[in-house]
Design a protein around this ligand. Structure first.
Ligand SMILES: NC(=O)c1ccc[n+]([C@@H]2O[C@H](COP(=O)([O-])OP(=O)(O)OC[C@H]3O[C@@H](n4cnc5c(N)ncnc54)[C@H](OP(=O)(O)O)[C@@H]3O)[C@@H](O)[C@H]2O)c1
Length: 264
């Protein structure tokens, strides 16, 4: 779907895409924002959905009529996720057996939208503070995790109409924006996730996919801490607005939750 031919930046862009996609039929996820017109709703799978931004995304998509599959490392402890109406499935993105079990349990079920949200932020502010176990772990969760999950669920995504992959990155993964240093391991993990997403976009774009990365803001979660200015509900609403307005022209782009373009 080609909704616009001019480049417009800022929140206005996402709003225009949303409006245009509500007016036009046919396209990516926009028409199924509230479930599609035939009464069968779209399916989203969100990793790391038991708390933080992932939980809020699950709540909002479920409230909007989507079929939500929310993953948790410990499903038995994912009460809030279950209460959101989501179907809870076990997934540790670093564990290949867990990823394969998820794919096997899903069978040939179609997934319209995959949100690779699970992530960790080890506190390694200076080079002296780098712990190599933590360094390997952040790459395993934030970078290799989305690769594992995306590859395993590709048949399900190909079976879906939405064909959209959203990788939750960070502005800290922007090489151009990195003037402050620090955040060792985390920055690298998200920069590599960004690169993975560009490769996915190249490989899958010709097959109708839209693959993007999005920075959720500095969000008041366990990771973001209590000083973070953005509430999970506003971050999730912004992410949903951007995703709902995506067109094929947006394949391989880097966004903020407010609908602005970020430099790589
Ligand atoms: N908060 C921010 O300010 C901020 C800013 C920029 C980007 N982000 C990104 O936004 C995403 C969500 O962050 P958040 O603030 O919601 O973090 P959070 O509150 O710390 O939640 C992280 C989620 O990831 C899950 N997770 C961690 N390791 C996992 C693994 N190995 N397998 C599967 N799930 C795993 C956690 O599950 P458990 O409960 O089992 O640990 C939890 O559900 C992350 O990718 C993060 O990098 C956040």
């Amino acid at each position: 779907m080609k909704t616009l031919t001019v480049r417009i930046s800022g929140p206005l862009r996402a709003s225009i895409f949303l409006l245009a996609s509500m007016l036009l039929s046919g396209g990516c996820l926009a028409e199924s924002e509230s479930g599609d017109a035939k009464g069968t709703s779209s399916t989203v799978l969100i990793t790391g959905a038991n708390r933080g931004i992932g939980l809020e995304l699950a709540r909002q998509y479920a409230a909007d009529g989507w079929q939500v599959i929310g993953t948790a490392r410990k499903p038995d402890e994912a009460e809030a996720l279950r209460e959101s109406g989501a179907e809870v499935m076990q997934l540790d993105v670093t564990d290949q057996a867990s990823v394969e079990r998820l794919a096997s349990d899903l069978g040939d079920r179609a997934i319209d939208l995959l949100i690779n949200n699970a992530g960790i932020l080890p506190r390694m502010g200076s080079l002296d503070e780098v712990d190599f176990d933590d360094y390997n772990r952040v790459l395993a969760v934030n970078t290799v995790g989305p690769v594992r999950v995306t590859r395993a669920l590709l048949p399900n995504l190909k079976a879906g109409d939405g064909k959209t992959i959203v990788n939750v990155t960070s502005v800290l993964g922007s090489i151009e924006r990195n003037t402050g240093g620090g955040f060792y391991g985390y920055r690298e993990s998200k920069a590599a996730l960004n690169m993975f997403t560009r490769s996915l976009a190249s490989d899958l774009g010709p097959h109708g996919f839209v693959c993007i990365v999005i920075h959720p803001g500095w969000v008041r979660t366990d990771m973001g801490g209590t000083s973070a200015p953005v509430l999970p509900r506003d971050s999730a609403a912004g992410i949903r607005r951007v995703v709902g307005g995506l067109s094929h022209e947006d394949n391989g782009t880097y966004w903020t939750f407010e609908g602005e373009a970020l430099p790589w």
